[in-house]
Design a protein. Structure first.
Length: 294
């Protein structure tokens, strides 16, 4: 019997959703950062085996919106709950259930979709602490499975996949077996660049960062891709910080991004980055649509 279906992964920001999916897929598709609002769009990732195909939806973390972009992100996260065969709710190693996790649990109670709960980062806990968390979540009587995992080192990821296979319905293979995402190269590359900006810049800047890849062009005379990208920020003062003294910050972002893009594309890359200001773009419907958040 061939099983297939769609699985969404939800949870508050920074619990490890993208790390989990990157580990499963084996490629760097969803960007990883220690800052909230990293994943802005719903990214579709495809995991295929001989007897199953699981299509994962990596969505923005559920959180209370502070601007129009935040409203869009919350809408995306909620909308996926109606589109899937299984919901995966991920929490971390926190011993107490916080306000946002409680809010998400309240939202999930309204859905009849099977929910698998993952307790991530258990490599930082003692065995009795892990048992206590499992008992706490099992006592809610709303999850078909509760699994402790470590997305970073892959602990229990195989058990998670086995759990999904047991629950998924019989179905077709939706995508070719060698396909791992439905996202265009431009989007993946722009997300890689944005990840490097998030990792290198100070706390007050990254949420206003957007990256637009204008050109990906292959050289005729050698194995080299020319990639041109624009980093947009919201304030003139932020532009100087993104560029850095003598261009050092922009150079650091570009170097780190180029290495990941080369690994993704299997080719040498000439990455050229520019920085522009689009004041308060997260509050503008036209800009949100232009930047692909529909």
């Amino acid at each position: 019997m061939y099983r297939s279906g769609f699985v969404t992964v939800v949870g508050r920001p920074n619990v490890g959703k993208s790390t989990l999916l990157n580990h499963i897929i084996g490629e760097k598709i969803s960007i990883i950062s220690d800052k909230p609002q990293t994943t802005r769009n719903k990214i579709q990732l495809v995991y295929t085996e001989e007897d199953c195909q699981i299509v994962f939806l990596d969505t923005p973390g559920i959180q209370m919106p502070k601007n129009k972009l935040g409203e869009y992100m919350l809408k995306v996260s909620r909308s996926t709950l109606d589109e899937v065969d299984i919901i995966t709710f991920m929490v971390d190693d926190s011993m107490d259930i916080g306000k946002l996790d409680s809010f998400i649990i309240g939202e999930l109670r309204d859905f009849e979709t099977p929910i698998v709960l993952l307790i991530n980062k258990v490599d930082r806990l003692q065995e009795e602490q892990i048992d206590g968390l499992i008992h706490k979540y099992e006592g809610m009587d709303m999850f078909v499975d509760v699994l402790p995992i470590s997305a970073l080192d892959g602990y229990n990821i195989d058990k998670y996949l086995d759990s999904l296979k047991r629950i998924l319905p019989e179905g077709p293979q939706y995508f070719p077996e060698d396909m791992i995402t439905d996202q265009p190269e431009r989007l993946i590359i722009s997300e890689i660049i944005r990840e490097k900006a998030l990792q290198n810049l100070d706390e007050e800047i990254p949420h206003g960062i957007f990256v637009e890849v204008e050109k990906i062009e292959e050289r005729n005379d050698r194995d080299l891709l020319d990639v041109h990208g624009i980093i947009y920020c919201e304030q003139n003062s932020h532009k100087g910080m993104v560029i850095g003294k003598g261009g050092r910050m922009l150079g650091r972002i570009g170097k780190a991004a180029r290495e990941d893009i080369e690994a993704l594309m299997g080719s040498q890359v000439n990455l050229q980055l520019w920085v522009k200001v689009d004041r308060n773009w997260r509050e503008k419907e036209s800009r949100i649509r232009r930047f692909g958040y529909r």
